[in-house]
Design a protein around this ligand. Structure first.
Ligand code: DC
Length: 221
């Protein structure tokens, strides 16, 4: 039976790398729920929607269309019919995405879509509330953490690869601020789900982490 694998944790802990590796090994679909929050944020930025204005947010949501395109085991998010991958990772989106993710109407809509996508199992989804809210009955729940400096180093590298080099100090401030907002918001704060397996990957290679989690997944499948 295909199972559901829920991965949560702080920003830039390597959740998506692990999720992709697990999906590839299990032949499952990988869904990056953070990309959905980022797509909503990009949409609001493009429409100049003030996230503190509830009416404008509601209107922005009604104009929003998210679609998914399968690429291998990865489901890419399309915003109003277009691939916007690079813009989703920009600093402008990084700065606004956590405030957007505090909005209950945004969360309700995205959780509904996530539960629909995962209704038949055979899915690996990563985010902040996947094991606690989206799939509380997931057969395998993982909580990923890593040392802050290591996370900053990884995000700085990612931004450099994308052609948007950003000073480490700015990246660190943004990560800390996002972690603070994500963990303290009223609606679905980042928490360790019941029955979760906690993994600190600061000193693990990608392969070690994947092997460890694959063993857990196979045990539960
Ligand atoms: O995983 P990420 O860095 O791409 O996520 C971007 C933001 O979206 C993050 O700061 C918190 C929010 N998020 C969330 O609230 N719930 C999720 N399931 C996924 C992401």
């Amino acid at each position: 039976m295909p199972i559901t694998i829920a991965i949560d944790g702080f920003s830039s802990c390597g959740k998506s790398t692990l999720a992709k590796d697990l999906a590839a090994s299990m032949g499952y679909v990988y869904v990056d729920s953070g990309a959905m929050y980022r797509a909503v944020t990009l949409h609001f930025l493009r429409m100049s929607i003030d996230v503190n204005d509830a009416d404008k947010v509601e209107q922005g949501l009604s104009d929003l269309r998210l679609d998914f395109r399968s690429e291998g085991t990865h489901q890419r998010v399309l915003l109003n019919g277009k691939i916007v991958e690079k813009e989703l990772r920009s600093m402008a989106v990084n700065k606004l995405v956590s405030p957007v993710a505090t909005l209950s109407n945004v969360r309700a809509e995205l959780v509904r879509q996530q539960q629909y996508i995962g209704r038949n199992g055979g899915i690996v989804m990563d985010g902040r509330d996947i094991g606690t809210v989206v799939f509380p009955d997931a057969e395998l729940k993982l909580f990923i953490t890593a040392d802050t400096q290591e996370r900053v180093r990884r995000r700085v590298e990612e931004l450099k690869r994308m052609g948007s080099p950003t000073p480490a100090k700015e990246v660190e401030t943004n990560l800390s601020e996002r972690d603070r907002i994500d963990s303290t918001r009223d609606d679905s704060p980042l928490r360790k789900a019941k029955g979760v397996v906690v993994i600190d990957n600061t000193n693990l290679t990608r392969e070690e982490q994947a092997a460890m989690c694959l063993a857990l997944a196979k045990h539960r499948a």
